[in-house]
Design a protein around this ligand. Sequence first.
Ligand code: AMP
Length: 189
Amino acid sequence: MTARRLLLLGAPGAGKGTQAERLVRKLGIPQISTGDMLRAAVAAGTEVGKGARAAMDRGELVSDEIVIGVAEERLSQDDARGGFVLDGFPRTDAQARALDAMLERMGTPLERCVALEVDTDELVRRLLKRAGIEGRSDDNEETIRNRMRVYRDQTAPLVAYYRERGLLREVEAAGPVEEIEKRIEEALS
Ligand code: AMP
């Protein structure tokens, strides 16, 4: 049996979005990316967008309150009942605990956390490349450095959180996308 309630954990540039898209196609489950949802909210000028914009532009985390609200609303939609792949949420201990609580309430606990491991030089290289291709406003060098620091200080500790709960699989995420995809597939079986 393949796990279907999934979380991809990894630094900015580790390939969470790319691999999440592949899981979406393969498993027919939705990708839930708080980064994508927040960018859409900023573009639409909603209250959530207004509350998120400044932190995003600096490469800092948007408040737990805003992000937890966005994630909860998305997870409670019908298409997430048969599974989901979380990408970029949770990013703090408080978010991880809120996620556990909401999934427990829904009777659909997380089944697997896949941590994508890539060394820092490779991450910076990938992010600068993406900046040239996608033109994301938070892909400049200073913001990238800040996002790395934020990841190390606030999000990396979640690896231990999910290890303690027996949900963690660590996957070496350097090399061709297809090979990484295969490793993830094994990690989910
Ligand atoms: P991402 O596309 O996942 O790299 O997210 C882009 C930016 O959105 C991050 O640098 C944060 O400012 C914000 N963001 C996305 N997800 C979260 C989250 N779970 N908690 C706090 N901020 C977030």
